[in-house]
Design a protein. Sequence first.
Length: 172
Amino acid sequence: MADRNHKHHEPQGAALAGSAQAALERAGERWTPLRAAVFAALTKSAKPASAYDVTEAVSHAEGRRIAANSVYRILDLLVAANVARRVESANAYIANAHPDCLHDCIFLVCDSCGGTTHIDDDRISDEVRDSAAAAGFMAKRPVLEVRGVCRDCDGGEAAKAEGEILPAPLRR
């Protein structure tokens, strides 16, 4: 298996759009104005955006109605080129913060605010791939989602409770 352990340079703004454009072009696709607008809408969203959210944002930015089926096709293309990621449980999308690197998706999804954090942990990814292989299955694109409550919504309660013994009804 390829070594995917390395530090990431995570571009932002125009540099991120440039990295996304380069990744799309390496995949043999063109970076069209509509594809750029869809990617921009993803980068501006505070949480994973549904295709309809993206359609509304792009329509508003373009000053004209954009067809949802066009946005769906573009989102599928961006995911295939590693420029965007799909949060399966939310049926929503986020911009890939480092489109130059190919990693398995590990998402931390807040059930309270809907915020989603993408983390890279090659140890976990490698274990999932190894377990799949041991079962005679070839994992092509693993996506792991951990549902819970983020630090902002939790108010620090998880950190305070860490190491404490929970009352019997709360133990799992």
